[in-house]
Design a protein around this ligand. Structure first.
Ligand code: ACO
Length: 311
């Protein structure tokens, strides 16, 4: 038998309505959301690092201002998402502790290095492009605070994607060395960007339940396919080659065939053995420790204000 509150939850999901923080929800629904939203928040925060790496070396004042704004946006995305997760009853401190202890997941993509300026282009075009593709459907996620956070995030991501495309376009219209740098960067980011969508559908343990709960709206493979379909014409405009010799239009399918993704590499990165995992986590730990005095000062100030308010 289903309790009245569970029936109400089921009815809201069946009607494609929203679940809000005060509504009753099954434990599994709450847990899945905490898992996905906290992982997503951590990704935004760790994701500041590959681009933060280039702020002091941006090739012009204009590029520096744009990059700075973009990295700040990512910090903001992390904050909206931590706030959304907090509405489910998990504390920000706990999520932070899990991240710096190396116990939390964040997107595989941020464990790759960004050795050249062209990587700022590829991250915008491919990484933020994949993020938009994955996140636009999340604007309709059944959990209200998550869906609403995603609306704003997606607007900002589309600016990020355009600025990345434009960096690559300028390099591709530049010298042979600049074109080579752009192509080399696309070669390095293309496959990891496809892995952002997660494991193949037949190896994705969370998908079926998340789709039944209207959290996910499309499967990992469907979104990946859609992303590749978006990239091909954009790559033509840029004049870059997507590094997949098996990529070709399949008339019958009405979609692109593509080469095999290296899932061994994906699982290695998830296990903490990617090219930059250790460095990313250490940087986050250091930043957290260096921020200790700020947290203490803020807490002391808040305590003082509270005494004043009572007096
Ligand atoms: N990087 C790291 N871990 C991943 C990735 C990835 N690219 N893809 C899947 N995983 C993990 C899942 O978190 C899950 O692990 P868990 O059970 O320990 O939590 C496991 O692999 C199996 O995957 P799925 O069953 O397919 O998991 P799920 O249904 O959660 O789908 C997905 C994964 C598509 C990433 C989903 O969680 C999602 O849409 N998240 C929101 C978007 C997001 O986090 N984006 C971050 C990068 S974009 C950016 O920040 C700019």
């Amino acid at each position: 038998t289903v309790s009245a509150e569970e029936q109400q939850f089921n009815d809201l999901i069946a009607a494609d309505s929203r679940i809000e923080p005060r509504d009753w929800m099954p434990d599994g629904y709450r847990k899945t959301l905490i898992r996905q939203i906290s992982q997503h928040a951590h990704s935004e925060i760790i994701g500041m690092q590959p681009e933060g790496n280039w702020i002091t070396r941006a090739p012009s004042l204009k590029r520096k201002a744009i990059l700075l704004a973009k990295v700040q946006d990512e910090a903001g995305h992390g904050l909206y998402l931590y706030s959304a997760a907090q509405t489910l009853g998990v504390s920000r401190d706990l999520m932070t502790d899990q991240l710096i202890a190396g116990k939390a997941r964040y997107s595989s993509i941020f464990n790759y290095p960004s050795p050249t300026w062209a990587d700022m282009g590829s991250i915008g075009w491919l990484v933020d492009g994949a993020a938009i593709c994955n996140q636009v459907p999340l604007c309709r996620a059944s959990y209200g605070p998550y869906g609403r956070a995603m609306v704003r995030i997606c607007k900002e991501e589309s600016f990020h994607q355009r600025q990345g495309f434009e960096i690559l376009l300028e390099l591709m219209n530049g010298t042979p060395a600049q074109r080579e740098m752009a192509q080399d960067s696309v070669n390095r980011w293309y496959w990891p960007a496809l892995q952002m969508f997660g494991p193949p559908d037949d190896d994705s343990p969370n998908s079926a339940q998340s789709m039944a709960w209207n959290i996910k709206r499309f499967s990992n493979d469907d979104l990946r396919q859609r992303f590749v379909g978006m990239l091909v014409p954009q790559a033509e405009v840029l004049g870059v080659t997507l590094p997949d010799p098996d990529l070709r239009w399949n008339e019958e399918k009405g979609a692109y065939d593509m080469g095999e993704i290296d899932w061994t590499e994906f699982h290695e990165v998830l296990a903490g053995r990617g090219p930059a995992n250790a460095r990313r986590l250490q940087r986050r730990r250091d930043a957290h420790n260096e921020g200790q005095w700020v947290r203490e000062a803020a807490a002391a100030y808040a305590a003082k204000q509270a005494v004043k308010a009572v007096a």
